[in-house]
Design a protein around this ligand. Structure first.
Ligand SMILES: NC(=O)c1ccc[n+]([C@@H]2O[C@H](COP(=O)([O-])OP(=O)(O)OC[C@H]3O[C@@H](n4cnc5c(N)ncnc54)[C@H](OP(=O)(O)O)[C@@H]3O)[C@@H](O)[C@H]2O)c1
Length: 259
């Protein structure tokens, strides 16, 4: 399938590894010029070098904390126009809500709700003017099926989901779509951290925590980042202009509901 987005310009956040990198890679494979954002310079430069070597597209890399005002503003200046925006940052830590104060909540809201909204605000009017825009927010399966220890993620990401549900209906007539991708367990560094936390809580080894989770998963495996990237590239395609305001769960069947 020809996705019709070659030559477009994408800003991909949280993109030096994991799901963000997979999205950038899938977009670059479709001929999209990509700007990658992450804090750690070394992994970021390596990610950019990989894409430059593999694809004939322009690749930019900027090492900033995307949850800061300075980071958002610098990221928005990387391209003269942004046709595709992928919002993403690290997930908040697990814990017990009795231990969290307002500042803990503010950090989660900054990273997983307010930063995506600021980024969207920075690009959406240009998209409307040019009559093309694709916005993808990487959220979490926890938005659909909350995970008790990830209360910060459940709360902050649901706030973003509610906001974009309204926005999506407002801008689709301009061929600007806004969708959320909800990962279940994918083989990334983040998943490793989740198992490390589980192991500590249950006083078992990290390998045991991983095996237990795998045994309970209907697919018998965790997702591969490339599978996630492919879904992102499709939602950013020219053909996906009639898909908006959706929350696409990519979890290998882990969510047990009919709908
Ligand atoms: N993998 C899963 O199974 C899973 C499941 C549910 C939800 N999620 C969510 O999906 C998102 C992506 O997860 P992942 O598994 O791809 O994580 P990952 O492998 O840890 O990668 C996260 C990426 O985001 C960057 N990043 C983190 N905080 C940032 C910040 N403040 N500013 C700029 N870049 C930042 C990281 O680079 P630096 O650290 O160098 O900045 C890295 O490139 C997270 O929000 C995660 O909670 C993941």
């Amino acid at each position: 399938m020809q996705t019709g987005i070659a030559g477009r310009y994408a800003l991909v956040c949280g993109a030096s590894k994991g799901l963000g990198f997979a999205c950038a890679q899938a977009l670059a494979a479709e001929g999209v010029n990509v700007a990658l954002i992450a804090r750690g310079e070394q992994a970021l430069e390596q990610a950019a070098a990989t894409l430059r070597a593999d694809y004939q597209v322009e690749v930019k890399a900027l090492a900033v904390d995307i949850t800061t005002d300075a980071g958002i503003s610098a990221a928005l200046q990387l391209w003269p126009q942004v046709d595709i925006l992928v919002t993403n940052a690290g997930g908040p830590p697990p814990g017990n809500f009795r231990d969290w104060d307002k500042s803990t909540w503010h950090s989660a809201l900054e990273a997983n709700m307010l930063t995506p909204i600021e980024l969207i605000k920075g690009v959406i009017d240009g998209m409307i003017e040019r009559r093309f825009g694709r916005i993808i927010n990487i959220t979490s399966g926890a938005v659909k099926a909350p995970i008790a220890v990830l209360g910060l993620s459940n709360g902050a990401r649901s706030g973003l989901t509610g906001f974009v549900a309204g926005l999506a209906r407002e801008v689709v007539k301009h061929n600007v779509t806004v969708n959320n991708l909800l990962p279940g367990p994918f083989e990334t560094d983040r998943l490793g951290q989740v198992f490390a936390g589980e192991a500590k809580r249950q006083q078992i080894s990290v390998e045991e925590a991983r095996t237990k989770r795998l045994a309970a998963h209907p697919a018998g495996r965790f997702g591969q980042p490339a599978e996630f990237g492919a879904a992102c590239a499709f939602l950013c395609s020219a053909q996906a202009g009639y898909i908006t305001g959706q929350n696409l769960l990519l979890d290998g069947g882990a969510y047990p509901g009919t709908f």
